[in-house]
Every structure is written in structure tokens, then in C-alpha cells.
Design a binder for this molecule. Structure first.
Ligand code: C5P
Length: 401
């Protein structure tokens, strides 16, 4: 096989219980052929299908099967193994294993390792076609996908149970190829990226605030994509209910004023700034000390402007490569270009909001990119996919300038 990108890579191969486990012995052999260093971790159910001795023979290494095995822990403890790994591939991944991963169980060595590692995770599902099409399995796969887990397969064809359909584990050579792509180019290696995400909250009184519709998903997806591209990432986030992508430094803020101050404090050494937060443009001019009481039929709130964080970053010196977002309900291109010029941005990414399939609080997104001298569209695709394409685009332009 030509260069797979796996030469010298440290891979944990997790094997769960399924008839396809017999193919995983060949997978170990194939991974070693392309120069990968493989350690095998088996679930208890996997050992019912293939013996640990088989994997020990093909990997040339002791096989890990139990969290509570003192001999194995003495050789390489599970935390050490989790740190050692540059990627974790679980093949086959049974329906039960996918369910345990989806809810974050740590009830055996393999699931514990998955929680304890910062390495990318890929799973190769293998099960009966009816199980694969079950909504419960689909929901678990969806959760994992959203979390950035690479779902490799399954393929279609004859099944061990005599049926035909989707659910076969991909062939070992296919898996080697797909795993190699996880180690693609890292165009932002050694660079620092600061990203703002989520909404801001502007208090009216101790219990009420003014905010906006933003889930933070696009900014968090950008943070994970920038990390995957090799960058050190600082994610300045308003209040959202999203897990922090592993390996990303998250700084939580609430108001636009706090976001402004925090961003300015992270600019030293920042190469690329991406303003993805939906910052409230105005805040109540005064915050009541106690809870405001109902009174008249009408209520007036005096508002004052918040600092424009993005424009402030673009005006800083030395300035990072500065990328802004524009959420528009009409004349997307006209408004976005006006913003790019007014805020002196290197690049603006604009999306329509208030239409199906784009914008706030939805999974998919479509972006119009505009820079000095050109424009293009990204998507429609999942926010994760659009984020990784946008990061690849930004890296290319940043490295060119
Ligand atoms: O001017 P508008 O709010 O539409 O611009 C949107 C872009 O500016 C986004 O990138 C947003 O993160 C950023 N912004 C900011 N500070 C503000 C308002 C918007 O950084 N106060």
C-alpha cells in the first residue's frame, strides 16, 4: 500500500464482541505492515470470539483485556496507554459498545481508555443489518458523530447470520486507508487560534438577562477543527451547554464586556482570530440591584452599545489574521461585504438565518466566504464538516499571506 500516513503511529486497536473480530487479527497484521505500532485492547465479549493469544501473536505485544489486571497495569497502566495512543480504532464496534461509548460509560478497560485519551477515535461498526438500522443504534451513532468520532463503515453484503445488507465491518485494508486519513496534514501546527463562540448575556437585574439565539455549536466545531489542524486553541465561550473539545483551552464568559476583556488578554501570540460568537450589540445601561417588579403596562430599558470585539481585534497591533461571521436574514452578500470592509477583516463567513437548514440552533450550515479578491460557498453540510472546511481554507490563506 502506498504511504498511508500510519508509519510509526501509535494505535490502540479496540476489539469488541462480534463475529467480525476474527478479521481484526488480519487488521493488526495490515497495520503493522504499514509501520504502525499497535496495542490491542479486547472487551470480555471479544475474548469469546478470538483468544487474546491470537492478538498477542499478531501484534507482538501483550494484549490488554481488563481494567483490574495488575500484571498488565504494571507493564503499561491504562492511563499511560491512553496517553500513549495517537489514535484509537475500535473494530469491530458492536451495537452494545456503541451504546456504551455514546453515554460515556467506563465499565471496562476499552470504554475507560476512550474517556481517558485525547487521541482521535474511529469506530468500525459491525452487526446484523436489522440491528444497524434500529433507531436506537442510529441515535447512538449520531451522538458519536457529533462528538467528532470517525464512523468507518459499515459496508454492505453477505452477513455471518446469512442475511444480506448494511452492517458488515469494512475490510482491513479499507480500515487502514481510512484510519490513515485521520493523520492528514496539520496546516496549523505551532499556530495559536483564538475563537469566540456562543451568545453573550447582558443582565437587566440579578435574575434576568438579554441574550440571543446561539447554541455555540459552530464555534465549538471550529475549535475542534483548528485543534485537529494542529493549532493551540483558546475558546472564549459565552454560556452554552456543550462539552469542551478535548485539548482545547476554554475560557468561560458571560457578558460582551467580559468577552472583550478576555479576548484582548489572549491576543499576545495569537496568529488567527475567529469571531464566531453572537455578541449582544447592546446592554442595559444600568443593572438593577434587586429583581425588577411588574408595574406599568409598558417598560422602557435604556441600552448602551457593547464594544465590537471583532473590530477591536482587527484594529490591534500586531493584528492576527482576523475572521468574522455575519448572520443575515436578507441581502447576505451585500451586508457581509459591508461588514468585512467596515471591520477591516481578512475574511468574512456569512450565513443566512431564519431559513431552513442554516444559521442558529440547527445542525447544518452553509457559508458564503468573502475575502479581498474572491468569494466562494461552503456546504450545505453539518456544522462539523463546514467547520473543518473553513479551518482548512483559513489555514491555506493564512499560510499564503
Ligand atoms: O456587526 P455584526 O454583529 O453583524 O457582526 C458579526 C461579527 O462581529 C461576528 O463575527 C461577531 O462575533 C462579531 N461581533 C463582535 N462584537 C460585537 C458584535 C459582533 O465581535 N459587539
Amino acid at each position: 500500500m502506498s504511504d498511508t500516513g500510519l508509519q510509526g503511529r501509535r494505535i490502540i486497536l479496540g476489539v469488541s464482541g462480534g463475529i467480525a473480530a476474527y478479521k481484526s487479527a488480519d487488521l493488526v497484521r495490515r497495520l503493522r505492515e504499514v509501520g504502525a505500532d499497535v496495542r490491542v485492547v479486547m472487551t470480555r465479549a471479544a475474548t469469546e470470539f478470538v483468544t487474546p493469544l491470537t492478538f498477542q501473536a499478531v501484534s507482538g505485544q501483550p494484549v490488554h483485556t481488563s481494567l483490574l489486571d495488575s500484571d498488565a497495569e504494571a507493564a503499561m497502566g491504562h492511563i499511560e496507554l491512553a496517553r500513549w495512543a495517537e489514535a484509537v480504532l475500535i473494530a469491530p464496534a458492536s451495537a452494545d459498545l456503541l451504546a456504551r461509548l455514546a453515554v460515556g460509560r467506563a465499565d471496562d478497560l476499552l470504554t475507560t481508555l476512550v474517556l481517558a485519551t485525547e487521541a482521535p477515535l474511529a469506530v468500525a461498526p459491525a452487526m446484523n443489518r436489522v440491528m444497524w438500522s434500529h433507531p436506537a443504534v442510529a441515535a447512538n451513532v449520531h451522538v458519536l458523530e457529533r462528538r467528532g468520532v470517525a464512523i468507518l463503515g459499515p459496508g454492505s453484503g453477505d452477513q455471518a447470520c446469512g442475511e444480506q445488507g448494511a452492517g458488515r465491518m469494512l475490510e482491513p485494508l479499507d480500515l487502514v486507508r481510512r484510519l490513515g486519513s485521520l493523520f492528514g496534514p496539520r496546516p496549523l501546527q505551532g499556530k495559536t487560534v483564538v475563537i469566540t463562540a456562543g451568545p453573550t448575556r447582558e443582565p437587566l437585574d440579578p435574575v434576568r438577562f438579554i441574550s440571543n439565539r446561539s447554541s455555540g455549536r459552530m464555534g465549538f466545531a471550529l475549535a475542534a477543527a483548528a485543534r485537529d489542524a494542529g493549532a493551540a486553541v483558546h475558546l472564549v465561550s459565552g454560556p452554552v451547554s456543550l462539552p469542551t473539545p478535548a485539548g482545547v483551552r476554554r475560557l468561560d464568559v458571560e457578558t460582551a464586556g467580559e468577552m472583550h476583556e478576555t479576548v484582548m488578554g489572549t491576543l499576545d501570540g495569537c496568529d488567527i482570530f475567529i469571531g464566531c460568537a453572537a455578541v449582544a450589540d447592546y446592554r442595559p445601561a444600568t443593572v438593577a440591584a434587586g429583581k425588577l417588579k411588574k408595574g406599568d403596562q409598558r417598560m422602557q430599558v435604556d441600552m448602551e452599545r457593547n464594544p465590537d470585539i471583532l473590530a477591536a481585534v482587527a484594529a490591534s497591533s500586531p493584528r492576527p489574521y482576523t475572521v468574522g461571521f455575519a448572520a443575515e436574514t436578507d441581502d447576505l452578500q451585500g451586508h457581509a461585504e459591508a461588514k468585512r470592509l467596515a471591520k477591516r477583516l481578512d475574511l468574512i463567513a456569512a450565513n443566512l438565518v431564519g431559513v431552513p437548514g442554516s444559521g442558529f440552533e440547527v445542525a447544518d450550515n452553509r457559508l458564503w466566504l468573502r475575502w479581498q479578491g474572491g468569494d466562494c460557498w461552503l456546504g450545505p453540510a453539518s456544522k462539523e464538516q463546514v467547520a473543518s472546511e473553513l479551518i482548512a481554507f483559513i489555514a491555506e490563506r493564512f499560510n499564503r499571506e
